[in-house]
Design a protein around this ligand. Structure first.
Ligand code: C5P
Length: 229
């Protein structure tokens, strides 16, 4: 049996962007690299957890010792998350597209030199809020992320309440963050951990170190495994 502070625990993690198709060759996406979510999955596996990583399209290898479910759209991500339950802890690091196209064209849209197509959008499901509000099978610890460019802590506290999650890991993705090249796609992160008890400002660190620290906190929050009776 695996050893480590998360041995015997199932940890569910989302990572990466989602792709929302417009037609067979075009999609709506965002700049998420998946680096932070994948680093958390790797750290949780090293801590002995059984890990399910639901990943959108990324240019990263599957982390070692992790069961990876590859998805494209937000709706596929929600379905894969629901299929992976129950879990002891769920960490939602994916940058899920807020909107998808209201309909997907079956054939490639043609440029006919006349009308410019308008994209009608529809709202995607909020995976974090859906899981945090489950009455049955809600993971004991539900963690969301918040990327903000201003009033980071205040917005993140409001987001924690609105989403119904236990913790929010908030980061400043503005250029003011001082992180060279920016947080999105970069290798460093400076985050604030927002819990029911208050706010912790974590020092700027590599995404791997942020992942290790978060996983240690998750293990501490879940506590030791109950002895089998
Ligand atoms: O509302 P916002 O997108 O800023 O919230 C970010 C948090 O919510 C992240 O943890 C993200 O993974 C999660 N989220 C989600 N499903 C969505 C939108 C966001 O799980 N449709």
């Amino acid at each position: 049996a695996p050893a480590g502070p998360l041995a015997g625990r199932h940890v569910l993690i989302t990572s990466g962007p989602t792709h929302e198709p417009i037609d067979p060759v075009r999609y709506i996406a965002n700049r998420s690299s998946g680096k932070q979510g994948h680093a958390i999955a790797a750290a949780a596996a090293r801590a002995g957890a059984q890990v399910t990583l639901v990943s959108g399209p990324v240019n990263l290898p599957d982390p070692q010792g992790v069961a990876v479910r590859h998805v494209e759209t937000a709706r596929e991500m929600l379905a894969a998350v629901e299929a992976a339950l129950p879990a002891d802890a769920a960490i939602f690091a994916a940058a899920v597209a807020d909107w998808r196209t209201a309909s997907e064209a079956d054939e490639k849209m043609k440029k006919d030199g006349k009308a410019i197509p308008a994209l009608a959008l529809a709202e995607n499901p909020d995976i974090l809020a859906t899981v945090a509000h489950l009455s049955n099978r809600r993971p004991r610890l539900v963690v969301g992320f918040a990327a903000e460019t201003q009033d980071v802590v205040a917005y993140a506290q409001a987001k924690r309440a609105r989403k119904g999650c236990d913790w929010i890991v908030a980061n400043d993705v503005s250029r003011r963050s001082g992180i060279e090249g920016g947080v999105m796609g970069g290798d460093e992160n400076a985050v604030h951990l927002i819990t029911a008890e208050g706010v912790e400002h974590w020092p700027r660190a590599s995404k791997a170190d942020v992942a290790g620290r978060l996983v240690a906190r998750v293990a501490a929050a879940l506590g030791p495994m109950e002895a089998a009776s």
